[in-house]
Design a protein around this ligand. Sequence first.
Ligand SMILES: [Zn+2]
Length: 84
Amino acid sequence: MSTYAAGFARPDRRSWAQPAEQPMSWHAVEAHRPTDELDGEVELAVCGAIVQVWGSQQWGRLSAGRSACAECQRRTAPALSQAG
Ligand SMILES: [Zn+2]
C-alpha cells in the first residue's frame, strides 16, 4: 500500500528540465511517514521533480485538478484507485 503526500514544485529548484509554462504544479511524493510529519520537507516526487511537501494537502484530491503533474498522476493512478 502506498500513500502519497502532495508536493509543490519549488520555483528556485526548477532551473533544469522543468518547462517554465507550469509555474504552479503539484506532484506526488511517496510518503513513508504521516504527511503532517513531512510538511515543509524537500523531497523527490515520483516523477523525479524536487518538490516541497505541503502537509495539509492531499494528493488524492489534487491529482484530479489541472495543476497536478501529469506524470505523477499517471504513476499514482493504480495506487489511488485501489485506495478508493
Ligand atoms: Zn510530478
